[in-house]
Design a protein around this ligand. Structure first.
Ligand SMILES: Nc1ncnc2c1ncn2[C@@H]1O[C@H](COP(=O)(O)OP(=O)(O)OP(=O)(O)O)[C@@H](O)[C@H]1O
Ligand SMILES: [Mg+2]
Length: 467
C-alpha cells in the first residue's frame, strides 16, 4: 500500500505524445501525473482531480491556450505554467500577465523545467493547507494532521519515509505538539495499519506494574495476579507499540525493553515460555533524552536502539503560520460537535492568537478554540472573548523588568486620569459615567476606590496623599 501522504498533482497538457513521455520521465518520481492531449480533456481533469499545477501547451488543436488558462483559473486554484515553442513565446509571456504562474520554452531545458515546477509547487503549498488525510481510518482515529509550515512539512515527509519500514521511531517535542498523532500517522499510513496500534503511557503506570503491563503475567506470578494477563507487547503483535513518555521508565525496565527489542521475544512475568513478537516500536518523550543519558538516568544503548529514526515535533511558536489553519480545523470540529455554525475568528482575534506563545502548544490551542466555539454567540469569534493570557500576553517573559514596571505605572496613571475625566464630564453621576465607560457601575465603584477618586476639591487632597 502506498502511504497516504498526498503527492502534489500535476496535469500535463500537450498533443504531442513525445512530450507526454518526457514529462513522465522527469516528473513521475516526485509528483502524481495526469495527461491530457486536448483542452477539453484538460478542463475535465482539472474539474475532477485535485490538480495543483498544470503544464499547458500554448498551442492545442481544439482550444486557444489563453481560453484554457482562463477557464482553469475559474474552476480551480491550480497554478498554470505555459509551455511554448519559440514562435508562440509572446503568447506565453502575455499569459503570465493574465495569471499564469510562469512559462517555459519548448524544447525545454530540463533543469529549468524542474526548477520552475518545484517553485510553483512550493508556492501552492504555501497557499494551501496541506492536509494529511487518513480517510481509510476508523473514525476514532480518523483525525487529520493539519499544517503547511516548513516544520510540519518536514514531519509529513519523515512520516512517509518511515511508515513502511521496520525502524524504531523516536518522537521528541514539547508537550501538546502532536507526538501521539504523529505516532498514529506512522502506524496508519504503513503496511501495519490493519494490525493493532497499542499505546502505553509510561508516565502513569505505577512503577511496580510496568513490567506486567508491558510483558503480561501468568496467574499467580505475584500476589495480585489472580489471572493471566496479556501484555502490551503481545497485544501489539504484528502492529505498533507506542511507548509514550519513555523518559519516565525505571532503569530496570529500560534493560528489559532493550533486550526485547534485540531478541524480539518476550516472557510473561512468572512465565517460562518465550513468545516471539513482531512489533514496531515508536516512542515519544518531551524530555531531553540525550541529557538524561549524560546524567545517567537513561541507558545509552536503549537510547540508540530507540532513536533509529528521530522525528522532532516543532513547537507551535516555531510555526506560527499553522495557527490559522489549526484554528479553522478545530472550529469545524467543534461546530460539528456542538451543532454550531461559527465562521471564524475576527482579524484582531487572529492577530492575538497567532502572536501568542502557546506554551501548551496545539493542545492548548485546541482547548481554547473549544471554549470559544461553545461560548460564542456571534458567527465570528471576537477578540473580546479570548482568555486573558492571550488578550494581555504576560510581559514577564523575556521582558525587561524596568519597562514592565514603567508600563504598569503608566497604565495606572492613564486609567486613573481617564476615569476621572469621564466622571467629571458626567458630573459625578456614577451611572452615567459607567455607561460612558462601557463598564458596570460596580466596576466603576471599584475603580473609584482603587484610584481614590473624589470630586475635584477632595481629589487634590487624595492626589497629594498618594504622591
Ligand atoms: N498537526 C495537527 N493537526 C491537527 N491537530 C493536531 C495536530 N497536532 C496535534 N493535534 C492535536 O493536538 C492535541 C495534542 O496532540 P498530541 O496528544 O498528539 O500531543 P503530544 O505531543 O502527544 O502531547 P503530550 O506531550 O502532552 O502527550 C490533540 O488533540 C491532537 O489531535
Ligand atoms: Mg502524548
Amino acid at each position: 500500500m502506498e502511504p497516504e501522504i498526498i503527492r502534489p498533482v500535476i496535469l500535463a497538457v500537450d498533443d504531442e505524445p513525445s512530450m507526454g513521455e518526457s514529462y513522465k520521465m522527469l516528473l513521475e518520481e516526485k509528483y502524481s501525473l495526469f495527461y491530457a492531449s486536448t483542452g477539453h480533456e484538460a478542463l475535465e481533469i482539472v474539474q475532477k482531480e485535485p490538480v495543483n499545477l498544470v503544464l499547458l501547451d500554448v498551442l492545442l488543436p481544439d482550444m486557444d491556450g489563453m481560453d484554457i488558462l482562463r477557464r482553469i483559473k475559474e474552476i480551480s486554484d491550480a497554478d498554470v505554467i505555459m509551455v511554448s515553442a519559440v514562435k508562440t513565446m509572446r503568447t506565453a509571456i502575455q499569459a503570465v500577465k493574465l495569471g499564469a504562474y510562469d512559462y517555459v520554452s519548448k524544447p525545454f531545458d530540463i533543469d529549468d523545467l524542474l526548477a520552475t515546477v518545484g517553485k510553483a509547487i512550493e508556492n501552492q503549498n504555501l497557499k494551501k493547507e496541506i492536509v494529511y488525510l487518513k480517510s481509510s481510518l476508523p473514525s476514532a482515529q480518523g483525525e487529520r494532521m493539519v499544517g503547511s509550515s516548513e516544520g510540519i512539512r518536514r514531519v509529513f515527509s519523515l512520516i512517509s519515509e518511515v511508515c513502511n519500514t521496520q525502524s524504531t521511531v523516536l518522537i521528541t517535542g514539547e508537550s501538546g505538539t502532536g507526538k501521539e498523532l504523529i505516532a498514529r500517522a506512522v502506524h496508519f499510513s504503513g503496511y501495519r495499519k490493519d494490525k493493532p496500534f497499542v499505546a502505553v503511557d509510561c508516565a502513569t503506570i505505577p512503577e511496580n506494574l510496568v513490567e506486567s503491563e508491558l510483558f503480561g503475567h501468568e496467574k499467580g506470578a505475584f500476589t495480585d495476579a489472580t489471572s493471566q494477563k496479556i501484555g502490551k507487547f503481545e497485544l501489539a503483535n504484528g502492529g505498533t507499540l507506542f511507548l509514550d513518555e519513555i523518559g519516565n521508565l525505571h532503569q530496570d525496565i529500560q534493560s528489559k525493553i532493550l533486550r526485547v527489542l534485540e531478541v524480539r521475544e518476550i516472557q510473561r512475568v512468572g512465565g517460562t515460555k518465550t513468545i516471539k513478537i513482531d512489533v514496531r516500536v515508536i516512542s515519544a518523550t518531551n524530555i531531553d533524552l540525550k541529557k538524561a543519558v549524560k546524567d545517567g538516568k537513561f541507558r545509552q544503548d536503549l537510547y540508540y536502539r530507540l532513536n533509529v529514526f528521530p522525528v522532532y515535533a516543532p513547537a507551535l511558536r516555531e510555526r506560527k503560520e499553522d495557527v490559522p489553519l489549526l484554528i479553522n480545523h478545530f472550529i469545524s470540529i467543534y461546530n460539528r460537535q456542538f451543532g454550531k455554525d461559527i465562521h471564524g475568528v475576527s482579524k484582531e482575534a487572529m492577530e492575538l492568537l497567532v502572536n501568542y506563545s502557546w506554551p501548551g502548544n496545539i493542545r492548548e490551542l485546541r482547548n481554547v478554540i473549544e471554549r470559544l466555539v461553545v461560548l460564542s454567540k456571534e458567527d465570528i469569534i471576537s477578540h473580546k472573548r479570548l482568555p486573558l493570557d492571550i488578550l494581555f500576553p504576560d510581559e514577564d517573559k523575556g521582558g525587561d523588568m524596568d519597562n514592565k514596571a514603567l508600563l504598569k505605572e503608566a497604565r495606572y496613571e492613564f486609567e486613573k486620569r481617564f476615569i476621572l475625566k469621564v466622571l467629571e464630564r458626567a458630573n459625578w453621576n456614577q451611572t452615567k459615567a459607567a455607561q460612558l465607560l462601557g463598564i458596570h457601575r460596580n466596576a466603576l465603584l471599584q475603580k473609584i476606590n482603587i484610584f481614590k477618586l473624589r470630586p475635584f476639591i477632595d481629589h487634590a487632597k487624595s492626589g497629594q496623599s498618594k504622591d
